[in-house]
Design a protein around this ligand. Structure first.
Ligand code: ARG
Ligand code: ZN
Length: 876
């Protein structure tokens, strides 16, 4: 059952109001849903009302308070159809269902986590609670009444503003909530249980006081302080940057320990994976702090981009997700170092989205069909979607972008909108045609741009020839040329940027070149000396760029470009070919050679105290093994890549030893931990130096000392991972792993780091370690965070361990998928995407991988989630 965009049509009935009453019970919760509808103007007067369900049993059905006769309706677990409904007047349907939260292992709908009732309804979880028109274009105000045992559930929460509550009957109490803002069912939430709270207030720009509450397990309140701070900064930033004010009296966040995703933007009641709320120096790394800040902001920003303006259908998912990711990226850039944030985004995009776009799971940012919507919460929809929004800002400039956003908020507040509606706002506000640009939403695949420059000293001209090619992707063989905004600079010998007197061959606005043809040549006049071309600066377009430049020219950019992102890109363009060449050489039985000019450029930048430490740490983080595999594209041997990369790393370590020693000695932060970006940058650089020194010294001693003296989780886990990855058989590694698990015995989120470190130890031995850890009492097979930390880290982040030449890694994953799927299909399907690049492996491994996929494929009991992924993976 494939859903197609082309088949969209509005509902026959308009939902006016929703009134839900929950009588909570761990295994037998009663749900009464009173829904007021009227037939839509112009709808077929005989059309039945069809409501969605998922594993439901109907226990009662009333029409305007009267029992509905058996012949007037049909109920199955998946749907409820009611016929002979009034033609012209509103009517009320009351549906009663009983559900079992305790048995809900899918974590969709109403479920229990550590004794707390909670919900996850996006995308189609609401239909697991009651029969309902469970689609995002059905919006209504909700009134919610929750009745539950008072002693075990002192807290009864739902969306909107609190109406009141009190005692109900023997041992039970109730609370009522009203959300005046019409919303689709996927934004509904309910939480009940016994939790601790951190409270604060925020005064909005128009002077309204909003109560802020973050609910966490008792005893963990101090670890919610950073999240609260991030929330207040997010609220302020959205007012200042986008003019968006919060619209209820209360904003709540609840942290739960069993959650399939990162977090969920339910109106006024966000539910979070506790991993993205809880932090303190002893238990959270700098990356954890940065993630919390970004995700708190992301979910808060959804209040406008997602909730006030929602999606017409799930094909429009990027309308809220791409835009909201763009907003959270901008927020983090303002809170931290903009350049370093951008480099991290580019790295993430290339390592996660580019492989998706180049493999069997490739799909457009705005897909046109799906079998299982849960499988489209992808890095293409989110991260590439954000890049598309960023390109609109690049094309229109900050002012033009703001005008378009303002119009979007004004024109579509309260709507369930489409991508076309969004783009039209930018067109109308700027008088610009974005139809060619819109191909970014519709054509999958990462465009490849080949560029070559030529300087003519006699004519004082620089000629840039560009050609674009968009690779074929599943279901899309022929592509149209796209509108690609390329930020550029012509950098002169002295480091300054040339300003051409004229440009011919296409549109140029500011420092942005508009590539719109398949082949296009730009000519820049008045260039009095030979420039070096810096192109796609700041990663202005999410493309693969092929531009042949000499080592000297790249080193020149690395030292002189005014844009730090471009400097990092130049260094990356220097080192990546070396790593690729080395990997090919090792695979084919040769040896690795590292050009000294490349190594010294890296070390020079790393040692340059004029540059911010976080940037230098990014420079020292060489492209990963997965990056090298992606760039090689085919016939990949992960062992050869690992050996090649380790050899290059060791060469850098040996050549830069004095610099690394200096950094290790001087990048201390001194007493008192602060999670701010500058302090985090110093820690990152020092830990990077530690890694290199360990390579140079070939001894675990320094890392073991660093482990012993660490006074925060960032340093501790870095030292642990250097020890375990570099010297897995050393006593020091064993001792550190043992000390770590003892110390954090009662903190599952920290145990996850311990599981990940071990799951990612390179080499064929990893699989046995992972299997042994699955028997460890800390591993809870039903908890998604534990599974992702152990099995997910192994499959996604251990190239040599997972891709064992004998195929055992793939067989293990297939077994796990088949075991998890009946309980939690979303988690199973997500884990399976770790095999999305299987076709680019060398033939022996590729055969093993296919065999493992076929084992899954042959299973008769697959969920629609896993069925969809395995089908596409074998077909595409
Ligand atoms: N809307 C949530 C967010 O990005 C993610 C929800 C994902 N849900 C799902 N069923 N895949 O903030
Ligand atoms: Zn989101």
């Amino acid at each position: 059952k494939t859903v197609e965009l082309a088949n969209y049509r509005p509902t026959d009935f308009v939902l006016e109001r929703v009134d839900l009453t929950f009588e909570l019970d761990p295994t037998n919760t009663k749900v009464d849903a009173r829904l007021i509808f009227h037939r839509r103007d112009g709808a077929d007067p005989g059309a039945p009302l069809v409501l969605d369900g998922d594993e439901l049993t109907l226990s009662g059905l009333l029409l305007d308070q009267n029992e509905v006769p058996a012949g007037q309706y049909d109920a199955t677990p998946q749907s409820l159809t009611i016929r002979n409904l009034p033609e012209a007047v509103p009517f009320e349907i009351t549906v009663t269902t009983f559900i079992n939260p305790e048995a809900n292992t899918q974590l969709m709908g109403l479920y229990r986590t550590n004794g707390v009732y909670c919900t996850q309804c996006e995308a189609e979880g609401f239909r697991r609670i009651t029969y309902f028109p469970d689609r995002p274009d059905v919006l209504a105000p909700y009134t919610i009444t929750i009745i539950a045992d008072k002693a075990t559930n002192p807290l009864l929460l739902s969306n909107g503003n609190f109406l009141g509550g009190g005692n109900y009957d023997e041992g039970r109490h109730f609370a009522a909530w009203f959300d005046p803002h019409p919303k689709p069912s996927y934004l509904f939430a309910l939480v009940a249980g016994d939790l601790g709270v951190v409270e604060d207030t925020f005064t909005t720009m128009s002077g309204r006081d909003v109560a802020l509450k973050i609910y966490v397990e008792h005893g963990k309140e101090p670890r919610a302080a950073y999240a609260m701070d991030a929330l207040k900064r997010s609220m302020k930033w959205d007012e200042e940057r986008f003019g968006r004010e919060y619209d209820l009296d209360i904003f709540m966040i609840v942290a739960v320990s069993d959650f399939n995703m990162g977090a969920m933007e339910n109106k006024g009641l966000n539910v979070f994976n506790d991993k993205y709320v809880l932090a303190d120096p002893e238990t959270a790394t700098d990356q954890d702090y940065a993630n919390i800040e970004a995700i708190i902001a992301h979910e808060y920003f959804h209040n406008w981009t997602g909730n006030r303006i929602t999606c017409r259908d799930w094909f429009q998912l990027c309308l809220k997700e791409g835009l909201t990711v763009y907003r959270d990226h901008e927020f983090s850039a303002d809170m931290r170092s903009r350049a370093v944030k951008r480099i991290a985004e580019v790295r993430h995009l290339k390592s996660e989205q580019f492989p998706e776009d180049a493999g069997p799971l490739a799909h457009p940012v705005r897909p046109t069909k799906y079998r299982e919507i849960n499988n489209f919460y992808t890095t293409t929809v989110y991260e590439k979607g954000s890049e598309v929004t960023r390109m609109i800002a690049t094309l229109l400039g900050a002012e033009g972008f703001k005008k378009g956003m303002d119009l979007y908020f004004e024109r579509h507040d309260g709507d369930a909108a489409t991508v076309e509606d969004f783009v039209k706002c930018f067109e109308d506000a700027n008088g610009r045609d974005l139809s060619q640009f819109s191909l970014w939403y519709h054509q999958a695949g990462t465009p490849m741009v080949s560029a070559s420059g030529a300087y003519d000293p006699a004519a004082a001209t620089f000629t840039l020839s560009l050609e674009q090619m968009i690779p074929a992707t599943p279901g899309q063989s022929a592509k149209e040329p796209m509108h690609i905004p390329l930020s550029f600079a012509l950098i002169l010998d002295n480091g300054s940027t040339a300003t051409p007197t004229a440009v011919a061959g296409g549109e140029v606005t500011g420092d942005v070149l508009h590539l719109t043809e398949r082949k296009q040549t730009f000519m820049f006049s008045g260039i009095s000396s030979r420039p070096v071309l810096s192109l796609n600066r700041g990663f202005s377009a999410p493309i693969n760029l092929h531009l042949d430049r000499s080592t000297d020219d790249l080193v020149h950019i690395a030292h002189h470009d005014s844009d730090l992102v471009a400097r990092w890109q130049a260094l990356n363009d220097l080192i990546l070919p070396v790593l690729m060449e080395s990997a090919r050489d090792v695979r084919d039985g040769g040896t690795v050679t590292c050009p000294p000019a490349v190594i010294s450029a890296l070390i020079e930048i790393a040692g340059n105290d004029a540059l911010e430490p976080a940037f230098r740490a990014q420079v020292l983080a060489l492209p990963s093994e997965a990056d090298i595999a992606r760039e090689l594209g085919s016939n990949n041997d992960p062992d050869a890549i690992h050996t090649a990369r380790t050899t290059v790393l060791t060469a850098v370590a040996d050549a830069g030893r004095p610099v690394f020693q200096h950094l290790f000695d001087t990048m201390e932060n001194g007493a008192g931990f602060s999670p701010d970006a500058a302090s985090a940058g110093r820690r990152a650089l020092r830990n990077s130096a530690l890694g290199y020194l360990t390579y140079a010294e070939q001894s675990p001693v320094r890392a073991a000392e660093a482990f012993a003296s660490a006074d925060n989780m960032t340093d501790l886990v870095q030292a642990l991972s250097v020890l375990a990855h570099r010297f897995p058989d050393a006593e020091e590694a064993d001792a550190a792993l043992g000390a770590f698990v003892t110390r954090f015995d009662d903190n599952p989120l920290v145990i996850d780091k311990w599981l990940s470190v071990q799951a990612t130890i390179p080499g064929a031995g990893a699989l046995d370690r992972v299997k042994a850890l699955m028997e460890n009492r800390h591993f809870v097979a039903s908890n998604p965070n534990r599974v992702r930390a152990l099995v997910g880290s192994f499959a996604f982040s251990n190239p040599t361990g997972f891709n064992r030449a004998d195929g055992e890694g793939y067989r293990f994953l297939a077994e796990r998928i088949l075991a998890i799927d009946p309980k939690n299909p979303q988690l199973a399907a997500r884990l399976l995407t770790s095999m999305r690049s299987w076709r680019s492996l060398e033939p022996v491994r590729a055969d093993h991988a296919r065999a493992a996929l076929l084992t899954i494929d042959r299973s008769v009991q697959l969920s629609s989630d896993v069925r969809d992924i395995v089908d596409r993976m074998l077909k595409g």
